[in-house]
Design a protein around this ligand. Structure first.
Ligand SMILES: C[S@@+](CC[C@H](N)C(=O)[O-])C[C@H]1O[C@@H](n2cnc3c(N)ncnc32)[C@H](O)[C@@H]1O
Length: 272
């Protein structure tokens, strides 16, 4: 039985209109489930939470909110269960997370597992969070050294814990603003952040060796692909003494809003 049908058949005494608003799917993060619950059915959200918790055998169920601000803080409301913290397994890695304090996007799962480093590379993860990219990358390429930078101290706490959970010793953590990092010269730079990622490109180029790879994420309207990100990268490369040598990959990570998508472009750049 489908998820929505299960809810429709299990919830008693709700109107036809409310039945139509029930969620047709869910996001699972470890043993926590996150649901989109429109305001029209918030009156029965506790019942929905209890049903979903039992059916999926999870510890807690949350109502999805918005992710906002510079530190991409989530606003989730727990509607069933007691726990906020879980361990999520993905791409052969373990991520411990408090879903009320740090964001976790299931939609980025493929992207987190896609990126790979070359042997012996120094990788700078400018927006490391709880280790979304640093951990799978450091695990896949044990010979690389990752410098993981994160501004939010709560995310840094989970990042350090996740490095221990994944038994990784090739990741160095820097807590603070990525623009303030000193003494790092990298072969590969991860810019897993949006919106406004362009503003961090001058810093990214200042951390690059003579040549290297940038993984550049941002939000775009579909009509701006791929002219928008490639134009920005080309202009910023030239302004910072580099040129675009090759576009290695370009992909839509996920739809973000009715008119925008989260896109990533990987480029190889070289000093002019
Ligand atoms: C949440 S991650 C983006 C999600 C991730 N790409 C994924 O795969 O799910 C972005 C991180 O950048 C951090 N951040 C924002 N501005 C920053 C800055 N100037 N320097 C370092 N970290 C920053 C935020 O605190 C946040 O943890």
């Amino acid at each position: 039985m489908g998820f929505k049908l299960f809810l429709q058949e299990s919830l008693k005494g709700i109107s036809q209109e409310e039945l139509g608003k029930l969620p047709s799917g869910y996001q699972r993060i470890g043993d926590i489930v996150v649901l989109h619950i429109p305001k029209e059915i918030r009156g029965v959200e506790k019942e929905i939470g209890a049903l979903v918790r039992e059916r999926l055998g999870v510890k807690s169920v949350f109502r999805k909110g918005v992710v906002s601000g510079e530190l991409r803080k989530p606003s989730l409301k727990r509607i069933a269960g007691r726990v906020n913290t879980t361990i999520h397994q993905e791409n052969g890695c373990r991520f411990k997370i408090d879903v009320t304090k740090v964001m976790f996007s299931r939609g980025n799962s493929f992207e987190r597992g896609r990126v790979i480093a070359g042997d012996g590379e120094t990788v700078l993860d400018m927006f490391a969070g709880i280790g979304y990219f640093s951990i799978p990358l450091a695990k896949k390429t044990p010979s690389c050294n990752v410098v993981a930078v994160e501004k939010n101290p709560v995310a840094v706490k989970f990042l350090r814990e996740n490095l221990r959970l994944n038994k990784l010793e090739n990741v160095e953590v820097f807590q603070g603003d990525c623009r303030d990092v000193e003494g790092v010269k990298a072969d590969r730079i991860l810019m897993g952040y949006f919106p406004g990622t362009d503003a961090f490109l001058p810093a990214a180029f200042s951390f690059l060796r003579r040549q290297g790879v940038i993984h550049f994420h941002n939000l775009y309207r579909r009509g701006e692909l791929w002219r928008g990100p490639l134009g920005t990268l080309e202009t910023q490369a030239l302004a910072n003494g580099y040129r675009l040598e090759r576009v290695l990959a370009k992909r839509i990570v996920k739809p973000y809003s009715p008119c925008k998508v989260h896109a990533v472009v990987d480029v190889r750049v070289k000093k002019t």
